[in-house]
Write a protein that binds this ligand. Structure first.
Ligand SMILES: Cc1cc2nc3c(=O)[nH]c(=O)nc-3n(C[C@H](O)[C@H](O)[C@H](O)COP(=O)(O)OP(=O)(O)OC[C@H]3O[C@@H](n4cnc5c(N)ncnc54)[C@H](O)[C@@H]3O)c2cc1C
Length: 477
């Protein structure tokens, strides 16, 4: 892709650091990647068919078997398990079910305390499952710091202080870091303050997690087929017939875990917009380079504007650096070519060295992108179809590493007709507002991105964003 004019100066400054980077997810450079499973070439029958083998689908299959070992479960994925977002994300495993407490508070003020509690339980349940199934995914419960920087208006620091107060009111373990205290944790001349959320986030190797979940599901007796795309659903007596290119599945119930990909039920398409997110990884830092940034507590970091960066250390002390651009393509296009976006990588490289000038000379080894399922409420929603034979959970909007397990649990509750604390909430019962059809969707999303970028520079929310706020609509990565 050609770099636009604005990108030309960035190219001069920081393209050199990208010169040898592989356009490929760093996490896949791993000798422990499991062998592929067979393609489905016959008719399978089962009680539950899970369509989609990312975290949502795998947790659905695992919890279904944990609840009832006699339940016959088949999982199919169009490609390889973990080839989509679940194998290539930043590995920030946050307890929030609502894409941050501020979003949850704005949309579900009556329920936010309960949702935060359920989110923490969900994170603890994941930690227990990782231990129970022996999943080696470099799990580190370091917490995350939301950081304010000089790159953005001072009002953002005030917003961060408000968040701090809100989390304290909810009884959470948070620490306020003024500029100096923040720079003592991680050294960047740009930092003006930070909010360390201590016990509500972990970091993981996302690919090892998804592969570990695959092994766990198989150990429980789930039959997994890869390169097996569901092409259509049909009613089949009291069950559902799932057609695939070379076979079919006859299932009593179906769990749809297809995230941002072309939905198998038309109604899902009204609520979800596929958006591409990009990130990159440096070479391992030398001990001197690492000492120059400090970071001894190894937290995940994220800055706080609308267009935010997320970054963290890997197990071997590389820095993963991602976010900022969230790109929606015309008509919601999804394909592997869109996982490469040099203009965004160049921008990210510049932002990296603006933040850590002491790392000048460090090179990136990998850069990639992936698709996420944005919805207008920025967090997972659920639905059912065909008299309860089908359920779906999606809309995580870029914060699904932990909340997918909760999405799966609730999806099973809905399929099983099981009342739980969660299923009684408006959070589970309500749907996001639908996005408009094209071309209004494309124009609306681009107007929103333009306005958010302006707000990040000026601190002022324009009429367009205020209008969206009034309707509870929005767009985020
Ligand atoms: C670059 C990037 C960074 C991110 N960083 C973070 C982060 O740090 N923290 C965080 O919480 N979240 C992050 N996310 C988001 C997070 O990865 C996702 O929310 C989460 O992985 C979603 O899991 P999923 O199982 O719902 O979807 P996916 O992982 O997308 O899995 C969906 C699966 O469904 C399959 N499928 C689709 N259609 C069909 C069909 N018709 N038939 C069969 N199979 C089908 C696909 O092949 C795919 O494997 C990031 C995402 C990206 C792209």
């Amino acid at each position: 892709m050609a770099l636009d004019e604005q990108d030309a100066d960035i190219r001069e400054l920081h393209l050199e650091a990208l010169a040898d980077a592989d356009p490929y997810p760093y996490w896949y450079e791993d000798h422990d990647e499991p062998d592929s499973n067979p393609t489905l070439v016959r008719t399978e029958t089962c009680d539950l068919c899970v369509i989609g083998g990312g975290y949502t689908g795998l947790w659905t299959a695992i919890i279904a078997k944990e609840r009832d070992p006699s339940r016959d479960v088949v999982l199919i994925d169009a490609h390889e398990i973990g080839s989509a977002a679940s194998g290539r994300n930043g590995g920030f495993m946050e307890s929030s079910l609502t894409h941050g407490v501020a979003n949850g508070q704005a949309r579900f003020p009556e329920e936010i305390a309960l949702l935060e509690e359920l989110g923490l339980k969900n994170l603890n349940d994941i930690e227990a499952a990782i231990a129970r199934y022996g999943i080696d995914c470099d799990y580190e419960r370091t917490g995350v710091i939301d950081v304010a920087t000089t790159a953005h208006p001072p009002s953002y620091l005030d917003e961060l202080r408000d968040d701090h107060q809100q989390l304290r009111n909810l009884g959470q373990k948070v620490e306020w870091l003024d500029g100096a205290a923040m720079r003592a944790q991680v050294s960047s001349p740009t930092y003006t303050g930070g909010l360390w959320r201590k016990d509500r986030a972990a970091l993981v190797d996302p690919a090892r997690l998804v592969w570990g979940l695959k092994a766990a599901a198989e150990s429980l007796g789930v039959r997994i087929y890869e390169d097996t795309k569901a092409t259509s659903l049909e009613r089949d007596g009291v069950g559902v017939l799932i057609e695939t290119p070379l076979g079919r599945v006859r299932a009593g119930k179906v769990a749809l875990a297809t995230n941002a990909f072309k939905p198998l039920l038309k109604r899902i398409g009204h609520y979800v917009a596929p958006v591409y997110d990009y990130c990159m990884v440096t070479e391992p830092l030398t001990p001197a380079q690492l000492a120059s940034v400090g970071w001894v507590n190894r937290q995940g970091l994220s800055d706080i504007p609308n267009q935010f960066h997320y970054y963290r250390l890997t197990e071997d002390n590389r820095i993963l650096w991602g976010g900022y651009d969230a790109v929606y393509f015309w008509r919601g296009k999804v394909n592997t070519e869109l996982e490469s976006r040099p203009a965004t990588w160049a921008k990210l490289s510049k932002h990296f060295f603006d933040t850590f000038p002491q790392l000048e000379g460090v090179r990136f080894t990998h850069m990639w992108g992936g698709v996420i399922d944005t919805c207008s409420r920025f967090c997972v929603f659920w639905g059912q179809a065909w008299q309860g034979r089908i359920a779906y959970a999606l809309g995580y909007t870029g914060l699904g590493v932990a909340s997918t397990r909760f999405g799966a649990e609730v999806m099973l509750d809905l399929l099983d007709g099981r009342r739980s604390l969660a299923t009684q909430t408006d959070f589970v019962k309500d749907k996001p507002l639908p996005f408009p059809p094209e071309p209004f969707r494309f124009l609306g999303i681009h107007a929103t991105k333009w306005s958010m970028d302006r707000e990040d520079r000026t601190g002022r929310r324009n009429a367009w964003l205020r209008g969206l706020d009034r309707f509870g609509l929005g767009f985020d990565s």
